[in-house]
Write a protein that binds this ligand. Sequence first.
Ligand code: F6P
Length: 304
Amino acid sequence: MNPAIRAVVRKGIYDGHQIIGFKRGFNGLISGEMVSMSLGSVADIIHRGGTMLHTARSSKFMTPEGIAEAVSTLKGERFDGLIVIGGDGSMRGARAIADQGIRVACVPASIDNDISCTDMSLGFDTALNTILDGVNKVRDTATSHERTFVIEVMGRERGFLALAAGIAGGAESILVPEIGVDMNDVCDRLLRGHRRGKTHSIIIVAEGAGSGFDIAQQIRDKIGFETRVTVLGHVQRGGTPSALDRTLASRMGAAAIDALAEGAVAAMVGVEGQRMKSWDLSHVLSQKKEFDMETYELAAILAI
Ligand code: F6P
């Protein structure tokens, strides 16, 4: 998110706008906690994870009164538009603000990568690389001790992070909510591998598909393999942004400024292939991002 904030501020000022940042997400809109953003205010943040403006899951904003207070802040200060950086919940909030007459442009940011109309959302690639770093390290001990490891990753109700981590990490099985968990298949794969001399295995489970501890227990109960569990948790959400995320954030932040300048009422910027596009926000929110079955099946073939 920091490289996206930097891009919004720098491109906005370059184009002649005044940029104000709100602290702590929608909470800052409600309380009017704002800071004037200068070119220098976003210096030295491009390589930092998180957000210099802080963020929050705002329960007050979920109420009609909260939305009214946020809109009143924006109208009182006569803002021309609002740029929201965040995931599905943030974009639904932005939609509610747009419904009250404030123009909005959203930048998709979520390690879950579950937002439609964009190949990637910010944070996904960085989280993926963090997971792979963990998988590589776990693999060292898995091979040395000849054990099976279950690694649980985030993703909320979707399996995009697990799929990407599973194929890039060479996992034996990838368990995602879109497909469901078939323990017979997981155990068959482990046994088949074992018969041909494999002494260690990595299983990636998306948090939305079940608990890593439950999966490991079922493996022990069914086939008696010694199994260890790693839940990567919030380490997936931090760390210096990858080159891909920094570039994407820079392009998306600038594209959000352009979208508002071009008259967007409620938009989300997204990347399709190498191209930046602007979408109608209601359309984005009405779509469910499709799971990549082709890659999922390929991962199963490669882990045979
Ligand atoms: O949506 C991003 C995400 O990291 C999910 O993958 C995860 O389920 C959730 O947020 C964790 O949220 P919190 O930090 O509020 O527990």
